[in-house]
Design a protein around this ligand. Structure first.
Ligand code: SF4
Length: 171
């Protein structure tokens, strides 16, 4: 399985679809900045797609509320395999700052309902941290990307502390 995923990653530009669970739009604005020319995620072959059916990676923002729960699961199911999920922002990573203080409609972070492969916490996270999170995700699949990750770490000291790998659901 890993071998075929590595082959997939080596041959393909990753296409991403942005999914807003219940974000305040702060994280979404930083994702836009990451895709625009200054941070330029496209230089790594990353292309923003409007439909999950054409995407390899779901970039999720915002915690998951009761109204969005089934929609997020449906969008995840519509994304073809192999698929990956990047949780951007503290809301998407944990549901906080709103979850847990008597908020009646929030279920928590994205991993309450679908698997998450990489977390980029922050409120909101910086565009370079989002870019780094995408690269770390790609490096899991294609060892060649590790070189880019190492260059990023050299250029922006401490950036590795802003991203966390994981795969969990329903915690
Ligand atoms: S993490 Fe912060 S900026 Fe991002 S959606 Fe939540 S409250 Fe907004």
């Amino acid at each position: 399985m890993l071998k075929s995923l590595a082959h997939w990653a080596a041959c393909k530009s990753p296409w991403v679809c942005h999914l807003n669970g219940s974000s305040c739009n702060g994280c979404d604005i930083e994702i836009v900045a990451a895709i625009m020319p200054r941070f330029d995620l496209e230089r790594f072959g990353v292309l923003l797609q409007g439909s999950p059916r054409h995407a390899d990676v779901l970039i999720c923002t915002g915690g998951i509320n009761r109204q969005m729960r089934d929609r997020v699961i449906r969008i995840y199911e519509q994304t073809p395999e192999p698929k990956f999920v990047l949780a951007v922002g503290t809301c998407a990573a944990t549901g906080r700052p709103f979850y847990g203080d008597g908020c009646y409609n929030l279920l928590g972070g994205v991993d309450k309902v679908i698997p998450v492969h990489m977390y980029v916490p922050g409120c909101p996270p910086r565009p370079d941290a989002i870019t780094y999170g995408v690269l770390k995700l790609l490096a899991l699949l294609d060892p060649k990307v590790e070189k880019l990750v190492a260059e990023f770490q050299k250029t922006i000291p401490g950036i590795e502390n802003l991203v966390e790998a994981g795969e969990k659901v329903g915690s």
